[in-house]
Write a protein that binds this ligand. Structure first.
Ligand SMILES: C[S@@+](CC[C@H](N)C(=O)[O-])C[C@H]1O[C@@H](n2cnc3c(N)ncnc32)[C@H](O)[C@@H]1O
Length: 224
């Protein structure tokens, strides 16, 4: 991680970054994440990205889809700052970046049916067996995501979109999706509009790992 990703440039997250210290106490109840967007944009569909890293997916997809709002969550402060500064420089009024831990935020702050889609690209694989319990994608969390997703009544609604370069984590995702089969139907992955030629999603990690020749796996879970 470290702070070197900024290469000495000063980062300004004003207007784009929301720090967890700005959240009300979670005991006060759930909040409306649409409040972070300009009033005229609040009725638009809202997508969530968990683990935005340097914000490449957000910049690309928000540029390609101006009629969708995107909330990115990133818990590493240096990446959060980098991604929020980047979205500010691109003047993307349809993106906001929240600095917090995603599971805690979703469980305690997010109301039911808040998001059109949830994007989780290249989540940390936690390869050691004793660390598997730290993996983000697991059955209880899928149940929580089911709660915060809109129904899949229209195309493109009620979807979790997952990608990983880690074959063992992919098998784990399949197993946990099967445990939540009452809630989600698995579908083949379809790349977002912003993906480049031959790319699955086109995130920073994907581009780095592609140069290393790693295989990629993707999956979509549609809310039942
Ligand atoms: C392997 S990186 C992938 C980043 C980006 N999605 C990409 O593909 O380039 C995973 C990112 O997720 C963030 N992250 C992992 N678990 C998280 C959580 N529970 N809440 C918020 N961010 C998380 C990490 O800090 C890291 O930046």
């Amino acid at each position: 991680m470290g702070f070197s990703i900024s290469h000495g440039k000063s980062m300004d997250v004003t207007g784009w970054g929301i720090d967890q210290t700005q959240l009300p106490p979670f005991e006060a109840g759930r909040i409306n994440p649409r409040q972070w967007f300009a009033l005229e944009r609040q009725p638009l569909p809202l997508d969530l990205e968990i683990g935005s890293g340097k914000g490449t997916f957000l910049v690309q997809q928000a540029t390609a889809s101006p009629q969708v709002n995107f909330l990115g969550i990133e818990y590493a402060a240096a990446f959060w700052r980098y991604a929020a500064d980047r979205c500010r420089r691109h003047n993307l009024g349809n993106v906001r970046l929240l600095h917090t831990e995603a599971s805690f935020f979703i469980r305690n702050y997010v109301p039911d049916a808040a998001f059109r889609q949830v994007h989780i690209y290249f989540p940390d694989p936690w390869p050691k067996k004793r660390h598997h319990k730290r993996r983000l994608v697991q059955e209880p969390f899928l149940r929580e995501l089911h709660r915060v997703l809109e129904p899949a009544a229209q195309p493109g609604h009620g979807l979790i979109r997952l990608a990983t370069d880690h074959s063992d984590y992919y098998q784990w995702m399949l197993q946990h999706a099967a445990l939540a089969a009452d809630l989600f139907e698995p579908l083949p992955f379809e790349s977002p509009a912003s993906a480049g030629e031959g790319e699955l999603v086109g995130t920073n990690f994907e581009r780095k790992y592609r140069r290393e020749g790693r295989p990629f796996h993707g999956m979509i879970l549609r809310k039942r």
